[in-house]
Every structure is written in structure tokens, then in C-alpha cells.
Ligand binder design. Sequence first.
Ligand code: DGJ
Length: 755
Amino acid sequence: MASVIVHEQSKQFHLTNGSVSYIIQADKQGKLLNLYYGSAVPDRDDFSYLVEYQHRSTATCRKEGDLLYSLEHLRQEYPEYGTGDYRRPAIIVTQPNGSKITDLQYSSYTVSKGKPSFEHLPSTYVNDDDEAVTLDVTLRDQMLSLIVVLHYTIFSNSPIIARSATITNQGTQGLVLNRAMSLSLDLPDCRYDMTDFIGAWARERHPQRHGLHTGIQAIESLRGASGHFANPTALFSRPGTDEIAGEAIGLAFEYSGDFDLHAEVDSFDVTRLQIGINDFNFFWQLDPGASFQTPEALIGYTSEGFNDLSHGFHDVVRNNIIRGPWKNKERPILINNWEATYFDFDEDKLVAIAQRAHDVGVELFVLDDGWFGARNNDKAGLGDWTPNADRLPNGLTRLARRINDLGMQFGLWFEPEMVNKDSDLFRAHPEWALHTPGRAMSHGRNEYVLNFADNEVVDNIYEQMYSLLSSANIAYIKWDMNRFISEGYDITRDAAHQGELFHRYILGVYSLMERLLQAFPDLLIESCASGGGRFDMGMLHYSPQIWCSDDTDAVERLNIQYGTSVFYPLASMGSHVSITPNHQTGRVTPLRTRSNVAMFGTFGYELDLGKLSDEEVDEVRRQVRLFQDYRKVIHRGDFYRLLAPYDNRKAAWMVVSSDRRRALVGDYKILLKPNSPYTRVRLCGLDPQTVYSVTCTGPSTISGKHFSGVELMRIGLVDTDASSGEMGGVNPLGTTEDFDSKLFIVEAVGEQQTE
Ligand code: DGJ
């Protein structure tokens, strides 16, 4: 059970839930300090022995009247600029006289059950008030009447704490907010590795682990979206920590725009972690009476390895971020026509693709790009959300009905934030595309970004989408976004408000998603941004699943999905089986491997089954059946990473049902090695006492045998492949090839005998 233990005398607040403790204190100068964050510790009346004021060097600024008080040496919760702490501050406020100096002092606190949610931003929520406790600490700058409320929510059954800040100008003068971090946390030492998740289009979220060193190590986005290049998440782990053991802290930002996530190690080995809106070119007018709400940051702690930390984040995403009817609901198996047809389709062709998919059990047909406006190629049509008269002369209503008549749901692609110059929308409103007056406009894939900071623009797109979604039975939309902001300038606002554009843009995106969900509460939104260019916890508040990557190659997907799974659950990870040679890499992988990888995600197909042989179609039918049988385990169970793919040799992962009766292990060979060693992989998350049957979908020496959970977890599951070079006949495992894979199906068959 989560609680906040308050010690009025010492002004200490101990947030704990039995697994973690987070202890802060308002000190003698009114500054809020961090005393401890880590595994739960018993409470005591006074933890202030953890704040050390001992004298350090002379090159230090000290408080007048208190020679031992230097902000440079204190571990603060919301540090400020220019008063003796020379590390990055959490907040900077410019005042009418140009000064940026503030002095926020502790003023009061409240503790309440549950958690309030934000009005215009995504945020975690509670299902009932006992699920969390929220501590609000109010800091006040007397001279400016500036109020900062720091929000801390600790969840009962989770290692996650949510943090954010509300900044209010209660004074009579206008202020400018130049920086407002969502979370700042000072840790007492720097023995951490930072793992961030970096990449590019078609190779998103590859983990990059490096030891912290003195100075700043940061990932960020200045693109107007979280981006392919760095995900707004990071791990800070002790050097030996691995998937199953060791201490780690996870940081995640529930926000989809420009971010700054960094660790700053100072000269005294203190590590300051910060996450928030990127302050590069950010300035926000805080008029008298106005408030600014920062997005929410999530911080998690484990002493039991990365898998355990992942479970904490997965649970929070599934239970406290994803909302509505899709919360904890298994996702439909879909077929998407993009790689099957690109722009070359008509109604009959689409229905034929859907029919073949339906015959093998696929549940949802998704019509991708090309159905609207004058979209005959990627140079035209964006912005005009009415059916393309050439390709779909009968409109969408009839197509949707024909798909529904097959017994499938119908879904549709949109790219609401973009416009082509060759579109009616642009011809009518060229000024709605973001541009800087007098300057040339850059384009990405012939697209221009609509000014979603302007409500009039958002209203127009809403009306178009509303009318389209009302015109046909549309159960799902794929919300694409294929380029980032350039020449960012908001022609609807004056110079003083130009620093608000990027944040207001993403607020516009959230508001459109929210309005659509209010109007169509059952709608399933799959977010997408040239693949996984906006895969973040903010998006997950509106779209329960996100297209992981445009790269559908199974081998690349191992890398992408492995990294994605550190913070995001399988039910959120859009993953499809596509045709070979693969359209992104040209690689040829077995159909079973493409499915064995895609199954650890939302699962679907992006091909025309008419192009497969009868044997392959039968194989697809079996894949769909297997997925349907295990969908609940995959989407709601606990996922464990077992063996990372990044050395291109082997990879393994598994998912276990919450009652630990069923599990599915994905076991992948990447590049084969001749005469390779015998191998075993240790499983996780099973019940040690339970006896399980193990069935393998490929050649295996252990298929059909029974093992106790403890054997499978301590000794491991024998997953040796045939050795390459064997011609068959001698080795019962047959032959082998690059990119082969198998699934091990693990089912409880009874309790283990005890003596
Ligand atoms: C990028 C997406 O990631 C693809 O899946 C596809 O929808 C295309 N856009 C369509 O233009």
C-alpha cells in the first residue's frame, strides 16, 4: 500500500509502498532536498543526517549568514538558476527587469489519495483511490509571487513514481518561463551506466549503454516529436546490472514533443537526472494569474534487474496510461495493405486481400495511405480527407460494408498533421502550413506540417475526420506522421509567443486525439510516425498501440522490439509479418521467423496472401491460430528478455501468463556459426514447483518432455540447433540456416511431487 509519511517537525516526506522509498525534506533555508531514493527502508523520525553541510572548497558560493550553506553541495528536488548551484537548473523564469534569479522556498504540502489527472496533457490515472497517494509540495518565491507545486504520486503495487510541476504566476507582472523540467533528481554517487535507446528511421530504439562520466550526457529532440533518434526513456543502472539482477533506475517521459533527458555528474560525484520539455528555443509567457503544467515524468527503481523494472513500466502503461475499452483488451490481428499494394489498389483488390486474410482468421483489415483526395502518389492529397474518386468511386461506406460482410473490422490510415501543396486544403489555406514569413519552406516526402498550435486548423481537421469516421463503420485508425517541423514559426502569435510553438503544436495533436476519442469512444488508434518516430508514453494515453518501425525485416525487428520492450509492453508494439525479400533490407527470412518475431507484439500481416503458396497459407493459418490461443498471455502476461540479439548470433525472449501456467518462448538464430556450441537458455517467471510440458515448433531434442519450473529457470531449456554443415540424416535436428527460429510452448501440467 502506498503512503506518504509526513514528519511535520523535520519537514520530511517519506513516500513508500514497501518496495521503494523516496525521501525528501524542506531544509532550514526552505529548499527541497532529496535524502534518499531506492529500495524501501523503514521510516524514522528524522533522516536529516543524510544532508551534509560540511565545509568544502573556497570557490563556492555560500548563503549570507550561513557559511556552511552552499547550494552547489546540496541534492535538490527542483534546483534554480544563479544562486550558487552551477549545475543545470530545473526552472528558469525571466522577470520584467531581465533578471532570472528566483528563490523558491518551501511553503506547504498536501497529501491526497489517488491522483488528479491533467486537462490538456496525457497523464497517469488511478482506477481507484487506494491505488496511489499524491504528495503536492508548494514552493513559493516571495518577491515574484511565483508558485511551484511539485507533484509526486506513488503507486501501491508498482515501483513507479510520477512527477510533474505546476508553475503559477500569482503576481501582477508578466513572467517568462524559460525552462521547466518535469523531474530533477540528485543521486548521491555516479556509479551508473546510462542506457538510452537511439536509432534512426527503420532502426529505432537500439540500446546504447555507457558509463557515466563527469559532465553532461544527454539525449534530446528538437524536431517537434519525440523522434526515431532517441526515445524519451533511459536506464541508469549499476555497472553489473543485467536483465535478472542488479539495481537500476528507469526514467520515462509521458510526452511526445521536444524533450531533454540528461544526467549531469558534478565534481563531487553527485548525479543529477533531469527530464522535461527541451528548453532550446522554449519560452512561455506566464501572465499574471496563468499556470503552466509540465508533462509528467515517470521514475522507477528496481534491485532485481531490467526485466523487473520493465514489468513496473509495462504495468503502469497497461493499467494507468492506456484508457478506455482498449485497456487490457487483446488487440485484433490485422492485415494492412501498405506493403501489399502501396498506391496501386482499387476496391475489388482490397476486398480480395481482405477475403484471403479473413479465410485464415485475420480479424481487422486496414486500408493504408492512398485512399483520399488526389492521392495518386505521395505528392498530393494530404489534407483532403474525402475518398479518392479514381480508386474508390463508391466511397468508403461501401468498402467498409464489404469488409464487415466478410466478418472483419475495417480500419483506415490518416496523416492528420500534414498537408501537400497539391491539395484543396493548401490551396484554400496556404497560411496553415508552418512557415517563417519570407523564408523558403523545407519539405519531407513532399509534406508540410500544419500549424496544430492554431485551434482553427485543428478544428478543420477534426471536422473532416469526424465526418469521414461518421460515414462508415471504422473501428480503427492508423495515425501517421511522416516528417518533423522545420521553419517553425507561428504566424498566429506575436514575437513574444514564438517560444511556445512546439509545445502548443503537440497540445494540438493531443486535443485532436482526445476529441476523436470522445466522439468515437471505441475507436482503436494506432499511432505511427514513419514507423516508430513518436513511440512514447504520451502517445500511449491516446493510442494503445504504436507502429514500432517501418522496418518489417524479422532480424531488424528483433533489435527494435528488444529495445522497445524495455519500457513498453508487447500489447503496445505494432508488429507485422511481411513478404520476402523484405522491402527495407532485401533480406530473405523464413516465414516462421517473421511470425515468431511479430507474434511478440500486436501481430498482423502486411502482405497479400494471394502471393503465397498453398503451404505458406496453411502455415499462416496455423500462426494465426497459435497467436489467438496465446494472445491473452502475450498482451497481458509478463515479458522477459532472455538473450539480446545485438551480436547477431542468437536471441531469446519469453512471455508468461500472470498465473504462470502458460508461457511462450521465442528462440532465434540470427547468423549461423559452423560447428556451433550446444546451448541452453534459462527461462524466467515460471512457478518453480509447477511441472511444465515443453513443445517446440521446430526440431528439438526436448520437445514433448516435462520439466519443473525450477529446472527450466535454473538449469535452462536446451535450445541447441542443428550444426551448420550437417547435410541431414545424421543429426536428428536436421539442417539449419541463417535467420531460423522456433517457439517453445510451455504449459503447466501439474504440481511437482515433493518428497
Ligand atoms: C509511413 C508508415 O510508417 C507506413 O507504415 C505507411 O503507413 C506509410 N507511411 C504510408 O505513407
